[in-house]
Design a protein around this ligand. Structure first.
Ligand code: UDP
Length: 192
């Protein structure tokens, strides 16, 4: 279910329900683009056509900023829980580890995603990391081939905004993974 703010739909579910919805879509072969929403993005989207397109194109708009919860409380009150981009990434990894789906990490400085992958593996030993590409790789055709050959179901893209969202919008219909999330500096956080 979604609640609308300034013409942008925002998901009202918490992590557990979101995982059920997203993994159902994986099993049905449907693609999902996840974007994190905060009040700054909502306000900026009123004047920024490209940002508005990103926010409207996404399949899941998660309420990352507390401001979205406050706005909801003044409206329908359906959004009860903050869902952050980084916690969403971790929930996807945890659920993927349990269900046997594999992940792909694309972005960050060379070596960062490798360290993040090691940290995630330590936390979720069953997690399958299908592939890693750093965020400064220039060979787009090579990236596409590596992603598709990896067999990954979930692709995390950490190129910063709006670069990561532009990459996802441009590529997701052609690539094999089902789920795409732009995660900003999250690889740096997991890498510690
Ligand atoms: N980055 C990248 N390729 C680029 C530009 C940035 O991989 O061409 C990475 C950068 O190394 C960092 C992340 O993207 O890990 C940007 O994180 P930031 O916190 O700036 O993103 P935000 O969450 O603010 O959008």
């Amino acid at each position: 279910m979604k609640e609308r703010f300034f013409g942008i739909e925002v998901n009202t579910e918490g992590y557990e329900e979101l995982m059920r919805l997203i993994f159902d879509r994986i099993h049905k072969g449907e693609k999902s683009f996840i974007v994190a929403i905060n009040p700054e993005k909502l306000m900026a989207s009123r004047k920024d056509d490209q940002l508005r397109e990103i926010l409207q194109t996404a399949d899941f708009q998660i309420p990352d900023g507390v401001g979205v919860l406050l706005a909801s409380r003044l409206g329908t009150g359906k959004i009860r829980q903050r869902v952050t981009g980084i916690d969403m990434m971790e929930a996807l990894c945890k659920t993927a580890a349990d269900s046997g789906e594999s992940i792909f990490l694309y972005g960050g400085k060379p070596g960062v995603a490798d360290t993040a992958a090691t940290a995630l593996k330590t936390k979720y030993p069953k997690l399958k990391i299908a592939g890693i590409i750093d965020g400064y790789e220039k060979d787009l055709e090579g990236i596409r081939q590596k992603v598709d050959a990896s067999g990954a179901s979930i692709m995390f893209v950490a190129l910063g905004s709006p670069k990561q969202e532009q990459f996802i919008i441009q590529e997701m219909q052609h690539l094999k993974p089902s789920v795409y999330q732009g995660v900003g500096g999250s690889f740096d956080v997991f890498a510690g």
